[in-house]
Design a binder for this molecule. Structure first.
Ligand SMILES: Cc1cc2nc3c(=O)[nH]c(=O)nc-3n(C[C@H](O)[C@H](O)[C@H](O)COP(=O)(O)OP(=O)(O)OC[C@H]3O[C@@H](n4cnc5c(N)ncnc54)[C@H](O)[C@@H]3O)c2cc1C
Length: 414
């Protein structure tokens, strides 16, 4: 079949690669460079343990404090508040105890052996050197912060994630660069990370082309249907005939899905990173500071501090103060970092997480045509779940039953 995959991020490249392995004629379309969207600057974590949804019971009472704290993990551009209000309402509703248990179970299927799920693609691309399986460490400044996360750890345990709680001395043995202010850590040994998400996905895309796939630099604008059957994907550069299409345009997928009869509540949680070149310290595993709510990962470009959530939509300019906040938090986590850095040692970035209010991606067929498969809305976990999503997409294109349950990811779920 002729398959057109829309979007050249982690999800689109993995979907295109697995579809090509099934013998289809695959064209990937991307108006920018490969992996230059959210997939460029994330924290690189391939964490099977990321099953805990973002909306959890008790969040409502924490949000005002987060918004008021200038170093806090959440901000809203007030001009965007009316637009995002329905999304936030759904987000809070999604955080009931029974719903989070169901969301975690669905995510566990998608994230199972996240690291291993990349192996077929990474081996084929010869990109093994970009992956590290060195676990993931979650650290807390206080017992109270750790206790506040009890439900999250229960959800991980219930979903088969192995972890080890480390008290003070064991934590410092594990990661000596950490500040002594951090008292409790949890080590998740089976997780891993990439040392450069952009290069990883770009290498997979190069292998896709080497193996016979095509990449076209253009933007999808719509679909030509005859009845419910797909005829072509319409692009800024003309018509591309297609038997099947995949919508993997990340945070930009909403208008495409709408044309196919699905009004999905997709918005963007903007996130930032700052990278310190030639850092004084290099933690072995990626580290989630659960108190400061950001991730530190040693990358080939330097120490990357990534996180924060900003609601401001797809059009507003970055607020680079959000990236600088990450530097302050990083200096608190790692006292070995310098107090100030010359600008030439710092790079900063902002990206658009494609986020659904219930923390679950949209993976399934379009309402108006079963020839179009959706694969977007992966929020905070699109890198970790990219390869598995690609496998599921290939199954749906080939009319095979997916190897994991996908009902929870339906585009028409409430
Ligand atoms: C600060 C931060 C840290 C993160 N850390 C992690 C982490 O450690 N682990 C993890 O798993 N996830 C992490 N994430 C989330 C992860 O980066 C995203 O979930 C993931 O990159 C989404 O991939 P995607 O392919 O869906 O979207 P994208 O990478 O954004 O790709 C979508 C692509 O579609 C293209 N596109 C848009 N419109 C069209 C169109 N009309 N036609 C054709 N193409 C189009 C865009 O140009 C873009 O290249 C993080 C995100 C942020 C912001």
């Amino acid at each position: 079949m002729k398959v057109v995959v829309i979007g050249g991020g982690a999800v689109g490249v993995a979907s295109a690669s697995f579809a090509l392995r099934d013998g289809h004629e695959v064209t990937l379309i991307e108006p920018g460079g490969i992996a230059e969207g959210a997939s460029f600057g994330n924290a690189g974590c391939l964490n099977a343990s990321s099953v805990v949804p973002m909306s959890m019971p008790g969040n409502l009472s924490k949000i005002p404090g987060w918004l008021l704290d200038p170093l806090g993990p959440l901000s809203i551009r007030w001009a965007y508040a009316p637009k995002v209000a329905p999304w936030i309402y759904r987000f809070l509703k999604a955080g009931s105890p029974d719903r989070v248990a169901a969301q975690a179970a669905a995510l566990a299927g998608l994230l199972r052996d996240s690291y291993g799920s990349y192996r077929p693609l990474v081996t084929n691309a010869g990109a093994e050197a970009l992956l590290r399986r060195q676990g993931h460490l979650v650290v807390y400044r206080s017992q109270e912060d750790f206790d506040g996360d009890a439900l999250g750890w229960r959800l991980r345990r219930d979903n088969g994630i192995a972890f080890e709680v480390l008290t003070r001395d064991a934590l410092w043995q594990q990661e000596p660069s950490l500040s002594r202010e951090y008292r409790i850590g949890v080590f998740v040994p089976d997780n891993g990370h990439t040392v450069n998400p952009n290069r990883l996905i770009s290498r997979l895309a190069e292998a896709f082309v080497r193996d016979g796939g095509t990449i076209e630099r253009t933007r999808a604008v719509g679909f030509d249907l005859e009845g419910d059957r797909l005829q072509a994907v319409r692009t800024a550069g003309g018509r591309l005939e297609a038997d099947r299409a995949v919508v993997a345009a990340g945070a930009w997928s909403k208008p495409l899905a709408k044309q196919l009869g699905d009004d999905v509540p997709l918005d963007t949680e903007r996130g930032y990173h700052i990278v310190i070149k030639d850092p004084e310290i290099a933690p072995r595993s990626s580290i989630l500071d659960a108190t400061g709510k950001f991730v530190a990962t040693s990358m080939e470009t330097g120490l990357r501090l990534a996180g924060t959530v900003e609601f401001a939509g797809l059009a507003a300019k970055p607020d680079w103060r959000r990236a600088r906040i990450l530097l302050n938090l990083g200096q608190r986590l790692f006292p070995g970092l310098r107090r100030d850095y010359p600008e030439e040692r710092l790079t900063q970035w902002m990206g658009f997480r494609p986020s659904m209010p219930d923390s679950l991606p949209v993976i399934g067929r379009a309402s108006r045509s079963r020839d179009v498969v959706y694969a977007f809305g992966h929020g905070h976990i699109g890198l970790a779940s990219g390869a598995r999503t690609g496998e599921v997409v290939a199954d749906l294109l080939a009319d095979r039953a997916p190897t994991i349950p996908i009902e929870a990811f339906s585009p028409t779920r409430a």
